[in-house]
Design a protein around this ligand. Structure first.
Ligand code: FES
Length: 355
């Protein structure tokens, strides 16, 4: 996929990249610089993510991470935070070393500042970037991209609202303060759970805090990224406050698991999955996620974002039925041909799948 035609020599994907630099952003979060042997320049839309394949033990595990650097550079920067039980993220934080190689799939994702353009008011884009935790990475990339535009990025008025535990846990803290000091159109708002002696306010995000910290939020296009509950809460504060939700965009890396799925699985009815091209046949609970069933059966399928956005788990249902909650990276033609996303599809019936 090529998204920026001005980039001279983008890599072809999947690409083998080497970690050329790694440092701690906070005590549980690292940034990595990845580059190719051939010094390719990377081509993507600010806000997009890449799926990394990381060798852990005998297997290659895939996960999606947002890019926090700018397009057109010969390095790709990713920021990865430790998560409870997070096999790949924790491996990257603890063990991935400078010099190690990873596989990198093509940049993807609709949450970016080219597909989600801000509304122009009086000749100026006004945006509000809201994030918590590692959700800062794609919105930080968007902010940098706007600030790097012609005229010092003066066409975009940015309010950057980030929620963190404290200053020490604020990813990119120094860079954020530097941007705020050097750009009059970059207004930094931090809301901390433990402000201690810092100059930033202490609190938990609420509708009242939103109004207090960003008085003109209704004139802005909002871009939101963070943990799932944080995003649900923030979207509901905006709705309560009468925000025009046509100006709202959010990223979501949230594994799909519906209530219906759980109750069907509890009933324990079994369905069969035939995989003729692999000569395999599996059994799974009716209502189970197709991705889980394939993974448990050892089927070689890449399941990266588990959120119906990266497209890595695309497969074709040739016979039978699944119920899909997302088709977003698939084309209409692919949907008509029977392609589904395994991470977003539950088993209704016996099925025959082509990987
Ligand atoms: S794993 Fe990303 S769309 Fe399914």
């Amino acid at each position: 996929m090529s998204v920026n035609t001005h980039v001279a020599n983008p890599p072809s994907y999947p690409a083998t990249l080497r970690c050329i630099e790694k440092w701690f952003e906070t005590d549980d979060c690292v940034s990595l610089m990845l580059a190719s042997e051939e010094s390719h320049q990377f081509d993507f839309k600010p806000g997009q993510f890449v799926t990394l394949g990381v060798n852990i033990g005998d297997s290659t595990e895939y996960r999606a991470y947002s890019i926090s650097s700018l397009p057109g550079q010969s390095c790709l920067q990713l920021t990865v935070k430790r998560v409870e039980g997070g096999k790949v993220s924790n491996y990257i934080v603890d063990q991935l070393a400078v010099g190690n190689e990873v596989e990198c799939l093509a940049p993807a994702g609709e949450f970016n500042n080219i597909d989600c353009l801000p509304r122009k008011l009086d000749g100026q884009n006004k945006v509000l970037l809201i994030s918590a935790g590692c959700g800062i990475t794609p919105v930080f990339a968007m902010a940098q991209a706007w600030l790097a535009e012609e005229n010092g990025g003066n066409e975009t008025d940015i309010t950057f609202l980030h929620i963190a535990r404290n200053i020490e846990q604020t990813i990119y803290f120094d860079k954020l303060e530097t941007l705020a000091a050097s750009h009059s159109n970059f207004n930094l708002q931090l809301l901390l759970k433990e402000a201690r002696e810092s100059d930033y306010p202490q609190g938990r995000l609420s509708a009242e805090w939103l109004e207090t910290l960003v008085a003109d939020f209704k004139q802005r296009t909002v871009y939101l990224c963070g943990p799932n509950q944080f995003m649900l809460d923030t979207a509901s504060y905006l709705e309560q406050l009468g925000f025009d939700m046509s100006q709202f965009h959010q990223e979501s890396f949230t594994p799909v698991q519906t209530e219906q799925t759980i109750s069907a699985q509890e009933e324990g009815e079994q369905v069969r999955i035939e995989l003729p091209s692999l000569g395999q046949s599996l059994e799974a609970s009716r209502g189970a996620l197709l991705a889980d069933a394939l993974e448990q059966g050892g089927v070689p399928i890449i399941i990266a974002c588990r959120s119906g956005i990266c497209g890595s788990c695309k497969c074709k249902v040739k016979v039978g039925q699944v119920e899909s909650s997302s088709h977003s990276p698939l084309t209409e033609e692919e949907i008509a041909q029977g392609y589904v996303l395994a991470c977003s599809s539950t088993l209704c019936d016996d099925v025959t799948i082509e990987i």
